[in-house]
Design a protein around this ligand. Structure first.
Ligand SMILES: Nc1ncnc2c1ncn2[C@@H]1O[C@H](COP(=O)(O)OP(=O)(O)O)[C@@H](O)[C@H]1O
Ligand SMILES: [Mg+2]
Length: 231
């Protein structure tokens, strides 16, 4: 199977106040297209940083990342933004919806950025998919955490991404809402063939993906194929 994501000898060092802090070192893995992978590990082990590099939100200090055939290493912010808009969906733990836009408008943003026609009806379709067809006119603050996360999933899927990165997508949600969100993510993987890479603390969720990568102290300590649990 073809790799949609290839991470080779990747390192990340943050510089601030004249000091440097290396938070990722020599990370290597590949992700097969249409597969599901979890990244787990203690807080501070570098999971969010790694996900951000893979998604082109930030740039690695060392090594090489190839996403859907595009090498991200030398790309500047504008070019990475284009790659993200073309291929990538990202779900943040804290949703990161734009507070001054309605749910519908939030989902429309990536479509408008692509200059697509019919972005409103496409956004409505996606809100319907996440069970929020009747909440499109509401602002994020008028929605519960679970509802906001569903809007952010609709937004992440609006550009039909080849790969979806989700950083603790259920980390701020109660058990029942988490289950709804999990189902959505896995159904979209199954129905649209979207590769799913998620970071989680929840081992129950991790074992629902086909593979679990464990991190510690900025490195990968294990990388195992799992027997996914029935959803
Ligand atoms: N912008 C930044 N500048 C400096 N250090 C950072 C920055 N972002 C993250 N870090 C540090 O990188 C390490 C890994 O953080 P993170 O990737 O958020 O870990 P995790 O998601 O596994 O909890 C932490 O020690 C964190 O403090
Ligand atoms: Mg994190």
């Amino acid at each position: 199977m073809a790799a949609i994501l290839s991470v080779k000898e990747v390192g990340k060092t943050y510089e601030s106040a004249g000091k440097s802090l290396t938070v990722l070192h020599r990370i290597n893995f590949e992700v097969e297209a249409a597969s599901t992978v979890s990244i787990v590990g203690p807080s501070g082990s570098g999971k969010t940083t790694l996900l951000g590099l893979c998604a082109g939100l930030d740039r690695a200090s060392l090594g090489s990342i190839v996403l859907n055939g595009v090498c991200l290493d030398e790309l500047g912010e504008d070019d990475r933004a284009k790659v993200r808009n073309q291929y990538v969906g990202f779900v943040f733990q804290n949703f990161q919806l734009l507070p001054t836009l309605t749910a519908l408008e939030n989902v429309m943003v990536p479509l408008e950025l692509r200059g697509e026609r019919g972005s409103r009806s496409r956004a409505l379709e996606l809100l319907d998919k996440v069970g929020l067809a009747d909440r499109g006119h509401h602002y994020p603050l008028q929605l519960s955490g679970g509802e906001q996360q569903r809007v952010s999933i609709a937004r992440a899927f609006s550009n039909s991404p080849q790969i979806l990165f989700a950083d603790e997508p259920t980390g701020n949600l109660d058990a029942e809402t988490s289950e709804t969100i999990e189902r959505l993510l896995f159904n979209l993987n199954r129905d649209m063939g979207t590769t799913l890479v998620l970071v989680t603390h929840d081992m129950e969720l991790a074992f629902k993906t086909k593979r679990v990568i464990r991190m510690k102290g900025g490195g990968v300590i294990s990388d195992e194929v799992t027997q996914p649990k029935e959803l």
